[in-house]
Design a binder for this molecule. Structure first.
Ligand SMILES: Nc1ncnc2c1ncn2[C@@H]1O[C@H](COP(=O)(O)OP(=O)(O)OP(=O)(O)O)[C@@H](O)[C@H]1O
Ligand SMILES: [Mg+2]
Length: 244
């Protein structure tokens, strides 16, 4: 068995609301294996986004440990965490989070500035990434001139600039109609199959979950079920999910 890329061990997240402690995640144990494609499903407020922030090392647990390739991240300094996030983890959000006054090309080039990559190289890489998400014709357009699906594809291209091992996407199709959502998922699928990226996607949509090999159900801050390949097919049949 290979080592987990990210491992959560008895992870709790507790928010203090005045006198009250609100436990949002309650003892999560989870392993994200290299080259896996995982979806996380669960009702609104169940803790999915909180879990994604922890998986992406954007937040720290109140209790429990997060291991990155076997290393306990609780010992990492802020600088080390930022470095690891920048190098190994790509993020995709429901709201795209693009800068509106920059073109698609400039949005993708931006994260490379902080790494001191020369402009010509940045441009070249950004162009190549935008081509890989089928946006070659739109590189000089601004987000406001593009559809939701196109904007999300810019965000995917941007998440890939540092060639991360893992892509973490929180409801990447949440603002898209189902056809457009499918084109975005096809791109994630291609990245998984052709570039062996590890992918973790939060979704409400069972047809989106169908793209993954492993569906994790979270409810009230706890993992209720973790369906792998064979079981997943059964679960999909029971829930009437057709092949996509
Ligand atoms: N910073 C915070 N302070 C206090 N409570 C928080 C904070 N962040 C999240 N919560 C609470 O934690 C719970 C889980 O939130 P989370 O955003 O993880 O849910 P979710 O499963 O992503 O929901 P949705 O499907 O609506 O996006 C919610 O009850 C939310 O109100
Ligand atoms: Mg959420």
């Amino acid at each position: 068995m290979p080592e987990a890329l990210i491992k959560l061990e008895n992870v709790w997240k507790v928010y203090k609301l005045g006198e009250i402690d609100l436990s949002v995640l309650k003892g999560i144990n989870l392993e994200i294996m290299p080259e896996s494609f995982v979806t996380i499903m669960g009702p609104s407020g169940s803790g999915k986004s909180t879990l994604m922030y922890l998986l992406g090392l954007l937040d720290t647990p109140s209790k429990g440990k997060i291991y990155l390739q076997g290393k306990d991240t609780s010992n990492f300094s802020e600088d080390r965490l930022a470095e690891v996030r920048g190098k190994k983890i790509g993020f995709i959000f429901q709201q795209f989070n693009l800068l509106q006054n920059l073109t698609a090309l400039e949005n993708v080039m931006l994260p490379m500035i902080f790494q001191g990559i020369p402009e010509e190289k940045r441009k070249q890489k950004a162009k190549q990434l935008l081509e890989s998400v089928n946006l070659a014709q739109r590189i000089n357009h601004k987000p406001s001139e593009m559809s939701g699906g196109e904007q999300q594809r810019i965000a995917i291209a941007r998440s890939l600039v540092n060639d991360p091992e893992i892509l973490i996407a929180d409801e990447p199709t949440g603002n898209l109609d189902s056809t457009t959502g499918k084109t975005v998922m096809e791109i994630l699928k291609k990245l998984h199959e052709e570039q062996k990226k590890t992918i973790v996607v939060v979704t409400h949509d069972p047809t989106i979950a169908h793209y993954s090999h492993n569906i994790i159900h979270i409810q009230d801050g706890q993992i209720r079920a973790n369906h792998f390949e064979d079981e997943k097919v059964l679960w999909e049949q029971e829930n009437n999910i057709k092949n996509v």
